[in-house]
Design a protein around this ligand. Sequence first.
Ligand code: AMP
Length: 222
Amino acid sequence: MASKLLRAVILGPPGSGKGTVCQRIAQNFGLQHLSSGHFLRENIKANTVGAMARQYIEKGLLVPDHVITRLMLSELETRRGQHWLLDGFPRTLVQAEALDKICALDLVITLNIPFETLKDRLSRRWIHPPSGRVYNLDFNPPHVHGIDDITGEPLIQQEDDKPEAVAARLRQYKDVAKPVIELYKSRGVLHQFSGTETNKIWPYVYTLFSNKITPVQSKEAQ
Ligand code: AMP
């Protein structure tokens, strides 16, 4: 069953818990979790994409299709022999069509979450940049407001998690995701999940992937 390489995509607005679901899928099924937001931030740090991309991200806008498509297709090229799960790409129909030209997807999941919940969640996220530790003012607040528990250094709110940027990201997501979702629905590879709690949807996601690829760990692994 595991001989064919799995090509999967996860869709969902920012703050929908995509990152957490992806991590669990990657751990349980041993596939590469490829996040476009992560690659963009890495490339910006390394100055391998133009300064323009940084400006788009800081404003909560999508970077141009040709920039992200070139970046992601070259990442996929280096992972030809691996199972992978794309997170954050494709975001637009143009991107989905570019991906379509290089491979057929086996599985697309989309997470549906009320926008008000997302807005609250994202606006309450603070990070400690050197370590990548993430705090949420509701679920896991730091002991002292604005300060990292371990190092005592200041926490920051990522530019694209600030309320104005969040609202722009969500509006844009809704408009551009629709035709992408329609495309995958018409191909018969789309599976939709609704809910705000990762633990509740996880058993269904697990079963879906188990039907396509052999797990490398027990279901309980987090
Ligand atoms: P994410 O971590 O997926 O929320 O991405 C952070 C930011 O990177 C987004 O707000 C966009 O500015 C940019 N970005 C990530 N993926 C894409 C994409 N597929 N197309 C355009 N912009 C993207």
